[in-house]
Write a protein that binds this ligand. Structure first.
Ligand code: FAD
Length: 583
């Protein structure tokens, strides 16, 4: 059983800063062993553990503020803890998910041999190819193993890129229709699905082909086949061309990613698809159900709706697009209501039956229709599960949690010091930009550099229309956690550029620390919000405050200006809105 170790009563101190983390994921700790050092303006002190066991996840990092009751780490009971080799990493923050992990397996020990690769990367998604290329650039001998014939993983082949290729077309199609209100009419759009599909495939091919060229240029050996660990220094690869190959490594980076979760009760029918099936764009259904109101489902829904499908969406939680502030989502929802016949929240899909005329789906919960509903296409987009249990990690002694995640420290090391893991397989958020940065860290650490993954924030974007983007602390989180904040909201109804674009429904919101006025988070809803959020990410990383952002001269007239203007609103200095009260 996994136990949370929390900060005990620390006397008069309300909130103290963590200045040192004294243990790593995978360490066996004793009761009373010091876990972290914290510092207030008066003193520093070490916080001991109240329990013994194996550390399976760290919840704090240097620089975090903690108080009584803050979770420091998770341990598994001592009896289930045969781990002997502690990671050598200096850094000790965990990027691992707080799921209940299992004890470290014994694994089979071997040595790599002189002709071994310095690094073998398992999986060529954004995490894997970035790690391999960075390692090669740092002078290491690298092999990259990928089961599919093209590099790029989920993101390039069946994720980020093909979905955006389709979303771009959906956006232009709808914009073109909208122009009729400005006096420019093109007539009803004619959609040639084969050509649209070919466009999307061409975009993917251009990028994946580019990766192959870059691998060659860097002398990274690409091995096409499905790999599993043989022991702690070898993979066995079932080659796509036939036969097997043993690949020896001094270091390995596991970047085997994730796959769509399948609902077990859904029948096997070609009218029930996951995101990969939806991206194949075989036909446009009249009536489509999206199971799961998250980003992937809503992005695909946007594409199919633009092409003519009517949508229903079912979501177990109390709202769509969880994670983003509700006020942002509300703007998206209002603009998108016309796509949906039925938005069912707090509702579960419980059964489905494939009949000749469609898939009949039954629901339970607050928004559930009484009768089963008929659909031409059902998209299941209920999340993704990591591939940790599919690579025989136990043979190398690598810990994999019950859910298939691989716990790592902030240098991306697993419990086995020369084996690293990155990307979707190490935990949330499952996003390409996180995987890439983690890949670079793993490669740099292997090359002897002092690197660690210490991003303050990782942005999230729904590339819907309008886009919804957010980063760092959200207003809803601040409310729930009782954090004193200041916020600045700039409505796009006052943005010259948004009005000129005919898309002024959005707004830009910045969240600042109530005391220091430093930026803690931000959210944007509107066209191109995904591009605009980068400035907020940089501001958070740089510790910018209201004045830094508000006094930065932004180009006019741009949507990006709304970030500076939101800071001005927080400062009480915005002259593009009715008079405000000064701070
Ligand atoms: P993956 O991309 O999953 O790559 C893992 C690779 O390992 C795969 O190529 C796989 O074939 C290979 N592999 C696995 N096991 C083995 C084995 N045993 N042997 C050999 N090879 C193996 N993220 C964003 O940031 N922005 C977006 O807009 C976005 N849109 C998305 C849209 C969709 C429809 C989906 C499904 C995902 C989207 N994502 C997006 C998520 C993003 O694709 C993932 O976070 C990212 O691909 C994870 O990268 P990774 O390197 O960890 O793993």
């Amino acid at each position: 059983m996994s136990i949370e170790v929390k900060v005990p009563d620390i006397g008069d101190f309300d909130e103290v800063e963590v200045i040192e983390v004294l243990v790593n994921v995978g360490d066996t700790i004793k009761a009373d062993q010091s876990l972290i050092t914290v510092e207030s303006d008066k003193a520093s002190m070490e916080i001991p553990s109240d329990t013994a066991g194996v550390v399976t996840a760290l919840s704090v990092k240097v620089g975090d503020k903690v108080k009584q009751g803050s979770v420091i780490l998770q341990v598994e009971g001592a009896a289930a803890a045969p781990k002997t080799e502690a990671p050598k990493a200096e850094a000790s923050k965990a990027a691992a998910p707080a799921a209940a992990p299992i004890a470290a397996p014994a694994g089979a020990k071997s040595s790599a041999g002189d002709d071994a690769y310095d690094v073998v990367v398992l999986g060529a998604g954004p995490g894997g190819y970035s790690a391999a290329f960075r390692a090669a650039d740092l002078g290491l001998k690298v092999a990259l193993i990928e089961r599919y014939p093209t590099l790029g993983g989920v993101c390039l082949n069946v994720g980020c890129i093909p979905s955006k290729a389709l979303l771009h077309n959906a956006f232009v199609l709808e914009e073109a229709k909208h122009l009729a209100t400005n006096g420019i009419s093109f007539g009803e759009p004619q959609v040639d699905l084969d050509k649209l599909r070919a466009y999307k495939d061409g975009v993917v091919a251009k990028l994946t082909g580019g990766l192959s060229g870059m691998a060659k240029g860097r002398k990274v050996t690409v091995i096409t086949g499905t790999a599993q660990f043989k022991d702690d220094h070898h993979f066995v690869v079932e080659l796509a061309a036939g036969g097997t190959q043993e690949v020896a490594f001094k270091h390995a980076i596991i970047a085997a990613g994730s796959q769509s979760v399948k609902l077990p009760f859904l029948p096997d029918d070609e009218r029930i698809v996951d995101s990969t099936g939806a991206l194949a764009l075989k036909s446009v259904p009249q009536k489509m159900l999206i199971i799961g109101g998250g980003i992937i489902g809503l992005e695909m829904g946007t594409v199919y709706s633009a092409l003519g499908a009517r949508l229903d969406v079912v979501e177990m939680m109390d709202g769509l697009m969880q994670g983003a502030d509700r006020d942002l989502v509300k703007v998206w929802q209002k603009k998108n209501e016309h796509r949906f016949d039925n938005i069912m929240v707090k509702t579960k899909t419980v059964a489905a039956e494939a009949k000749a005329d469609g898939i009949y789906v039954s629901f339970e919960g607050e928004g559930a229709p009484k009768e089963p509903q008929r659909y031409d296409l059902v998209l299941q987009a209920v999340g993704r599960s990591p591939n940790g249990k599919k690579i025989a990690a136990d043979k190398a002694g690598v810990v994999v949690t019950e859910r298939g995640f691989i716990p790592v420290d902030t240098q991306m090391r697993t419990n086995v010091p020369h084996i690293f893991a990155i990307g979707d397989i190490v935990g949330q958020p499952m996003l390409a930009h996180k995987a890439v940065h983690e890949g670079h860290v793993a490669a740099e650490v292997i090359a002897g550099e002092k690197a660690e993954f210490d991003a303050r924030v990782i942005p999230g974007v729904a590339f819907t229309d309008p886009e919804v983007a957010w980063v760092g602390l959200t207003e809803d989180q601040a409310k729930a956690q009782g954090i004193a904040i200041e916020k600045g909201v700039f409505p796009w109804a006052a943005s010259g550029r948004a009005i000129a674009n005919g898309r002024d429904e959005g707004f830009t919101k910045l969240i600042f620390d109530g005391e220091t006025h430093r930026i803690l988070g931000g959210g944007i809803v509107g066209t191109h919000a995904g591009d605009l959020i980068s400035e907020v990410c940089l501001a958070i990383e740089m510790g910018a405050d209201i004045t830094d952002i508000g006094k930065t001269v932004h180009p006019h007239p741009t949507l990006g200006e709304s970030v500076g203007l939101a800071a001005e609103v927080a400062h009480g200095a915005c002259t593009d809105l009715p008079a405000q009260k000064k701070r």
